[in-house]
Design a protein around this ligand. Structure first.
Ligand SMILES: [Fe+2]
Length: 379
């Protein structure tokens, strides 16, 4: 839930009609049954009309728990598939899957995540998220939030690459960022104005043949429809896809090193997402700008290195990703504390997912993971 949006046509009062010969089909679209954030959608056609369904089994990612820190380089991942089939799960568990998407082809099939909220980070490229609620342009550095149940298409440039976080639990703004009226508070790293919502454009689509891939975790159910899935006359409410660019997030800095929670961007019951951004370092005259060693025994920490120079890690580059597991200390590698002293600023951008449940590595990622990463602390 972000702020109230109203687009297009709708009856003056909810659950009523204006003209009996021009009935719109109202749908309540929301999370947590009837208790969570929601929008009211007004379709031209009955949204339940499905001509036929078929199913395709998905490959099980085979997540396996690790007892050691791990490094993978995602720039080695081959471009494959489209925005639906090209998602390569790297790490995950029952409630959360973190994937890299480097599509090689575009797709005109529609997609709906039946079980999971989705959060894309646009590592490179640009495009258009077209959903039943309208069009939302995106570019490098954008987070794109897509609520579970949204039917959409991702039109993207050839060089596009995404980090994809799919979560059974709802993804939202951290509760502590909101005042008692639901407004983003002063002092939060971003503001309501920075969040972009879809624009509903009226297009008239004729009858045709439209496939909607619905992800049910272990399989896709493919709905074959005769009416275009984007048939809204209007919608209003608090529940919709939105975008936020990292350049509009203002990092919090301190006199001494600030802990990861000040970099939080999104939250969920089972994890938080943080964004480490280019920023000035701490201004105490004897500050150690690099992070201290930490033993976060209740979380597994995934970090994706999006751009810049990563001072605390050796052997990582743009597109690298690490998993630091609970039960094992991690922190600066040998020599990096010494070399950080006196540094004034960093140009790094990194995306962190701190998971409260243990994260496993997929069979796919295990195939190219660096098994010697733990040795980088012993030199
Ligand atoms: Fe850490």
């Amino acid at each position: 839930m972000v702020y109230y949006v109203r687009q297009g046509k709708m009856p003056r009062t909810r659950h009523t009609f204006e003209r009996a010969n021009e009935l719109m089909r109202e749908e309540l679209f929301g999370e947590e049954s009837f208790d969570g954030s929601y929008s009211l959608l007004y379709h031209r056609n009955e949204p339940t009309r499905i001509k036929s369904i078929r199913e395709i089994k998905k490959r099980d990612p085979g997540f396996k728990l690790l007892a050691s820190h791990t490094l993978v380089h995602t720039d080695n991942i081959k471009r494959e598939g489209d925005f639906i089939t090209g998602r390569k799960p790297l790490f995950g568990n029952e409630r959360l899957v973190i994937s890299i998407l480097r599509p090689s082809t575009s797709s005109d099939s529609f997609f709906r995540q039946g079980l999971n909220d989705q959060l894309f980070y646009v590592c490179s490229g640009k495009g258009l998220l077209q959903s039943m609620m309208g069009d939302l342009e995106f570019e490098e550095g954008d987070y794109l939030y897509v609520p579970k149940g949204t039917t959409y298409l991702l039109q993207h440039s050839k060089s596009s690459e995404f980090l994809v976080i799919e979560s059974r639990d709802n993804i939202g703004l951290p509760q502590r960022y909101l005042n008692r009226y639901g407004q983003i508070k002063e002092g939060v790293p971003y503001y309501t104005r920075d969040i972009r919502h879809p624009i509903l454009k009226h297009k008239s689509y004729g009858k045709g043949s439209y496939d909607v891939y619905v992800d049910f975790g272990d399989r896709y159910i493919i709905e074959s429809r005769t009416e275009h899935p984007f048939d809204l006359e209007g919608w209003d409410g608090y529940h919709y896809p939105f975008a936020l660019n990292v350049r509009d997030i203002m990092p919090i800095v301190g006199k001494v090193h600030q802990p990861p929670p000040v970099h939080e961007t999104f939250s969920s019951k089972s994890f938080m997402v943080g964004t480490f951004l280019p920023r000035k370092y701490d201004f105490h005259e004897r500050a150690i700008p690099i992070s201290y060693y930490h033993s976060n025994v209740d979380t597994d920490e995934f970090l994706y290195y999006a751009s810049g120079n990563f001072m605390s890690r050796k052997g990582v580059r743009k597109g690298s990703a690490t998993l630091h597991v609970r039960g094992m200390i991690h922190g600066p590698q040998p020599g990096t504390v010494e070399s950080s002293i006196g540094r004034k600023e960093t140009d790094e951008t990194a995306i962190m997912v701190e998971s409260y449940e243990r994260l496993g590595i997929s069979t796919y990622a295990e195939g190219f993971a660096n098994k010697d990463y733990i040795k980088t602390w012993f030199q």
